[in-house]
Write a protein that binds this ligand. Sequence first.
Ligand SMILES: Nc1ncnc2c1ncn2[C@@H]1O[C@H](COP(=O)(O)OP(=O)(O)O)[C@@H](O)[C@H]1O
Ligand SMILES: [Mg+2]
Length: 310
Amino acid sequence: MLSIRGLTKAYGDLEVLRGLDLDVRPGEICGLLGRNGAGKTTLVSIVSGLCAADGGSVRIDGLDAFRDMRRIRNRLGVAPQDLGIYPTLSVHANLEFFGGLNGVRGGELRRRIAEVAIELSLQDLLSRRAGTLSGGQKRRLHTALALLHTSSLLFLDEPTVGADVVTRGELLEAVKRRAAEGCAVVYATHHLAEIEEMTASVAILEGGVILERGDLDSVVAKYGRSMAELEFAGEAPFLDGWQHDGAFVRLVAPDPARAVAAAIASLDGAAARLRNVRIVPANLQTAYLAVTGHAPDATGMDTEGVDAVA
Ligand SMILES: Nc1ncnc2c1ncn2[C@@H]1O[C@H](COP(=O)(O)OP(=O)(O)O)[C@@H](O)[C@H]1O
Ligand SMILES: [Mg+2]
């Protein structure tokens, strides 16, 4: 479906992509993970024909994306990172316009607009001018524009930025539905929890290449480590070997329950200030830390401050 080989891209001296390989199968949601500046948007822009690569190849449905973009364009659904809606047009007119651009017309267009409007809760907003929508509503319309036509490959670049909880849930459901219909999806984000929620596969973009690739379970099984966390009223007491972070101490350990028991036994007077004990199972967050040595971003991480584990 999507096959990328040796992709390179530099902006002046800044080498963003350094020979990147990536394959995505039909029906697969590929979570493209990377911190801000990793090159996610650059990759999405190149593959969707919005920006030129310096080298390498991209094949979509067996066609050369750099030569045959015209033939491929209708098979692609793209929701870029920046909002691409027309603020002076109504929600309905936006949907009609973008549907038309992708070759959806007449009764088919009306049917698709009705479906997508239900899917992303836009039914009551169809006559509103797009510019008057809230942030979450704009994000829903923006994504709806990419979902209007039946595509075999869907690119969503940080689709939940600025989205409220309900919008976020609807977007993830819509993505899962497209994948279930056989669409290959590339979902760029730094919110690891969304990848876990969709049981997407994982592609970690770091240093201009895909540093780790696999399904969620195998990446978590390979790199994830469980973690223990104690929370105190006021400053956490010193505990040898634990990471101190204000009221919290944390420890990445293969047997966190045993580590918690030992730590609590050694607390003495501070035991009275213990407020919470949490054992975080191995998850994508700890796996991501182990692979890259850092968090994807402050947001979406609940293991901030935990060191990478080998
Ligand atoms: N048009 C551009 N000109 C110069 N530098 C750019 C341009 N677009 C992106 N960059 C830089 O390339 C790097 C990757 O950016 P981007 O692809 O947007 O990353 P991400 O989407 O993962 O946050 C960043 O350092 C960014 O500042
Ligand atoms: Mg980006």
